[in-house]
Design a protein around this ligand. Structure first.
Ligand SMILES: [Zn+2]
Length: 356
């Protein structure tokens, strides 16, 4: 009897406690819901994109607002979704290929795994940047710096795949081939450092120096990274190895994506008409996703063909070195972003004190 009364008392107390929490809970929900989007003139200049006149999310909302803005229509929602949906597609293709072509859990499989990890890294940081950068100037810099880390890691992941599965022995014996992996790691890191420097150094309207700081290391990293693929495309018969078409499509989609990324096409011809759908950045994301998918298909075919000889050709030691160099590049890229972020935080603090 007594225990029954006690049990009821506890239930009543808990119910009253929960009722007490209700206003706080409702408050949390109301502050977590994204506000309607605003015009470019209503957000700080840092957040404005060329030829995009509306669909901006207001700054300084609760973090949850930006997370939930994934389900809101704004000028970055497609940028987030295009990279978010590629993740499951990549996983599905990975699973189908593993099922069809088979794999062995040995050192030869490591570069392919690192390539997949690098793809997810760039997709994850890209989605995070497009979702959360509108929170504040500080968040804008932080998330885009992390986006550059993702790009650098992916550049090196691609280089590992190209070196161990795509390259021909004649290319590996050339000067470029001998210096390829350390060079790829260095240029990947440099492209991250160059992009961070350019973003922290220059303000809108951006001078040409900003593009130079970003484009030179990124282009060098890409040209070195793709060199074994180009060599293979020119020296091997495409009819004997039909999956070389995937490599050709990979290069074509990447070159096209770079064009849409840097030229703001088509919004430069229709300012204000591509604010939600059809921006060059969305097309850039789609083409980059296609590029990753073509690359995965081609790498899988090469892996299936060469897996029995990879360890004999390169040696286990070099394959495990690749394993170590990958997180090292990731950590050193993080380090350069943290150093730049520290500098940016000081600048932003100085700016807010001057504005007071
Ligand atoms: Zn993007």
């Amino acid at each position: 009897m007594l225990s029954n009364i006690l049990q009821r008392l506890i239930i009543y107390t808990l119910s009253i406690k929960h009722l007490g929490c209700l206003p706080r809970f409702l408050d949390l929900i109301s502050t977590s819901l994204p506000l309607p989007t605003v015009a470019a003139s209503q957000v700080p200049i840092l957040f404005r994109e060329p030829y995009i006149l509306s669909g901006y999310r207001p700054v300084q909302q609760h973090w949850c607002c930006y997370l939930l803005s994934l389900f809101q229509i704004h000028n970055e929602s497609l940028n987030a979704w295009t990279h978010l949906l590629v993740g499951p597609v990549l996983l599905l293709r990975w699973w189908v290929n593993v099922d069809a072509l088979g794999y062995t859990l040995d050192a030869a499989f490591v570069p392919l795994c690192l390539y997949l990890v690098s793809s997810f890294t760039y997709l994850f940081f890209s989605v995070a940047a497009h979702l959360f950068q509108s929170h504040s100037e500080h968040a804008h810099y932080f998330f885009f710096f992390m986006d550059y880390v993702g790009v650098a890691v992916h550049q090196y992941g691609c280089a590992l795949g190209h070196y161990f599965y795509t390259s021909e022995s004649a290319w590996r014996e050339s000067c470029i081939g001998l210096l390829y992996l350390p060079g790829a790691a260095f240029f990947a890191w440099l492209s991250c450092a160059g992009c961070c420097f350019a973003k922290s150094r220059y303000r809108r309207p951006y001078p040409i120096q900003r593009k130079i700081c970003q484009l030179i290391p990124t282009t060098l990293a890409y040209m070195l990274g793709i060199s074994p693929v180009v060599h293979r495309l020119f020296t091997v018969s495409w009819t004997q190895e039909p999956w070389l078409h995937f490599y050709a499509l990979q290069i074509a989609s990447f070159v096209l994506s770079a064009l849409f990324f840097s030229c703001h096409i088509p919004e430069c011809f229709f300012p204000g008409h591509c604010d939600f759908v059809g921006q060059g950045h969305q097309i850039f994301h789609l083409l980059l996703s296609l590029c990753t998918m073509f690359q995965l298909e081609a790498l899988f075919q090469d892996y299936a063909r060469r897996r029995d000889t990879v360890v004999a050709v390169f040696g286990e030691r070099q394959l495990w070195w690749a394993c170590v160099s990958f997180p090292t590049l990731f950590m050193s890229s993080i380090l350069i972003t943290l150093v730049t972020m520290r500098h940016m935080t000081k600048q932003l603090q100085g700016k807010s004190e001057r504005d007071k």
